[in-house]
Ligand binder design. Structure first.
Ligand SMILES: [Mn+2]
Length: 317
């Protein structure tokens, strides 16, 4: 059985590396650190390698142990968490590829099963939720550190328990964490609510110039490279801007452009009901999910805006 294989690999491994996807979110970092503490409990030291992560998650226990890189080239065991594809281990896939054994634990339906042992549950709303099952099997006790990391993964990946991916088990696990004394409301506030001043300022700029088009069905806004540089933004500080437009009454599609280089924009798309924004982004070489997708456009702002909106209009009712 897969869980027995995983237990055996962990028990026999001398050096272990924990990896997660690029541009890591709360589930990626929370799952990685939960695994780090779980292995510690089993008497194993592991390296968590995450080159860059948003400052929002610095409240998590164990962040000081995160490494940017490692000198070990051939680990006994590599564990990839919350990662659907080896390509998303961008820049540090070598640690995974060179390891003697490869385990992955994930919840993406698009998972490519790139490990030797793949514990994948596409119905789980967060990778962290799958870890609860795995830790039970490993005999790991969910203590305060592990519980906080798991709660962060679940809270962030469910948008604060509001996505339809939430299962009855999600609340059972959260109840279990509450029983163990983990402060869920404090974790919720730190992981989802508090924003840095810089993030607030860039959101303010974007919201201020947001415009409604096509009878209010499209919301459009952007930020320039200059603005981002001036505010010295950290990784992920632009997250959430596209949702500002999406959440306004009557809007079906929200579009947000972020200038990466001169005449090069990263476009984020969100839809509420019927528009498959992944299809729109596909036309520009991008992709994603039905309600959330992205692409890159190499054009000056006005032309980029015009093209994206012309394409979006075709999908509106
Ligand atoms: Mn996830």
């Amino acid at each position: 059985m897969i869980l027995d294989d995983i237990v055996e690999k962990i028990k026999n491994a001398k050096d272990i590396v924990i990896l997660t996807h690029e541009i890591p979110d709360g589930d990626a970092i929370g799952s990685s650190l939960a695994m780090y503490f779980a292995l510690k409990q089993l008497g194993k030291e592991a390296d968590v390698i995450i080159p860059e992560f948003p400052a929002t998650y610095s409240f998590l226990p164990g962040v000081e142990a995160i490494k940017k890189r490692s000198n070990i080239l051939n680990y006994d065991l590599a564990i990839a968490l919350d990662c659907s594809d080896i390509k998303r281990l961008n820049g540090f896939a070598n640690y995974f590829e060179n390891a003697k054994s490869k385990i992955e634990v994930d919840h993406h339906s698009s998972n490519t099963m790139f490990g030797d042992h793949n514990f994948v549950n596409p119905v789980a709303p967060a990778c962290a939720q799958i870890l609860v099952t795995l830790f039970e099997y490993l005999g790991v006790e969910i203590d305060k550190n592990i519980g906080t990391c798991i709660a962060t993964g679940i809270i962030t990946d469910t948008g604060g328990f509001k996505y339809n991916t939430v299962t009855a088990e999600t609340f059972e696990f959260i109840a279990e964490l509450l029983n163990k004394g983990i402060n869920i409301s404090d974790t919720y506030r730190k992981a989802l609510q508090i924003v840095s001043k810089k993030k607030f300022e860039i959101t303010k700029i974007a919201v201020n110039r947001l415009e409604f088009l096509e009878n209010g069905k499209i919301a459009f806004t952007y930020i320039t490279k200059e603005e981002q540089e001036k505010l010295e933004l950290d990784v992920g500080d632009h997250e959430g801007i596209v949702e500002q437009g999406r959440d306004v009454e009557g809007v079906e599609v929200s579009i947000f452009l972020r200038e990466e280089e001169e005449n090069k924009y990263k476009a984020s798309f969100r839809s509420n009901e019927y528009v498959n924004v992944s299809d729109i982004c596909l036309m520009f070489g991008g992709g994603g999910h039905f309600h959330a997708a992205g692409c890159t456009v190499e054009l000056p702002l006005e032309q980029a805006k015009e093209k994206l909106i012309a394409q979006t209009k075709l999908y509106l009712k």
